[in-house]
Design a protein around this ligand. Sequence first.
Ligand code: ZN
Length: 379
Amino acid sequence: MSGSHRHGGRQPLACIIPPFLLERMAEAGDAAIRRRAVVDLAQATAIQAVRDLVRSMPSLLATPSPGCCRERLVYDARGRDELPGRLVRREGDRRSKDPAVNEAYDHCGATYDFFRDVFDRNSLDDEGMSLISSVHAGESDGHGYQPMNNAFWNGSQMAYGDGDGVVFERFTRSLDVVAHELTHGVQSFTSNLVYRGESGALNEHFADVFGVLVRQWSQARAATTEPVPRSWLIGAELVVPAPTRRAVRDMQRPGTAFVEDPLLGTDPQPGHMRDRYRGSADRGGVHINSGIPNRAFVLAAEALDDQPWETAGRIWYDTMLEIPSRAGFEDAARITLRIARDDHGADAAKAVREAWKAVGITVPTAKKRQRPQTAGETA
Ligand SMILES: [Zn+2]
């Protein structure tokens, strides 16, 4: 299938747990952890194959779009890998006895509300697309099923595993993880950033930005008395607590989410261009180098006086709508800076420029930008 070959990899794999962590776990001393990590890796590869197929045959995206309003559907995969499974809660239904069902429902709702209330966006496609989740997703090792140790967006729905209970808990627990996966969905209708190298790291970056903003916004909305301390962690609720791990990623201090963990190793994310990963693993470091723009976003947001989803979030949202699919970090810096200057004024522009500079990305000044375009540049 030439289309599949040509476009293969443009859609995000969109698993929250990156392959290098599964590979690390596949070398664990504990045979049970090693065995399931190998199954997890096989599962991730199978998901990519489905994504490539969907990419080449858009008709497979048969998600009903009511076209008006919030429509959540939660399915129970009952420990199997056939999606979506049995429908257990639809929009307006009463709460379930199953916490995973309620978390998927509530977190999809918070994500929908965030994009509607903050950016006037009607669901992932801006046309009211249904938000479909499958909880208790399992994976087969050829002999039987075990709870999936991951969460993913497959191009038309989310799926969440229950975790191994050793490193990862139930994957519906973190609102920022659910919102991260759904933002991959938003991007498939907007930036569609190629999921490799710097453009892939930007795809992961935008998913982390709106993942964390949905959580911060939702916490602020729910807070009755004291404001919740601001956290820039991704997936804090889904790691089994241990002194060597706090989360899956830390946007403010990349490289510190887990340190010398016996099962996960040390968080490989850099926070500056001089430390960027240049290897080929993880599709050229899409979950690794995203630490660089992540830190720039946090610096910009923290330099401004308002809530992170107000000015900084708006600049990044508008950037996500217009950024070309093959953009790199410098393109992202240039577009955010222009939007900051044009729509939000000098203070916002200063905050954005200094944030990118702090991670090693200097945006050429207006004077320098008047040089003739190089061959690689696009209009
Ligand atoms: Zn992702």
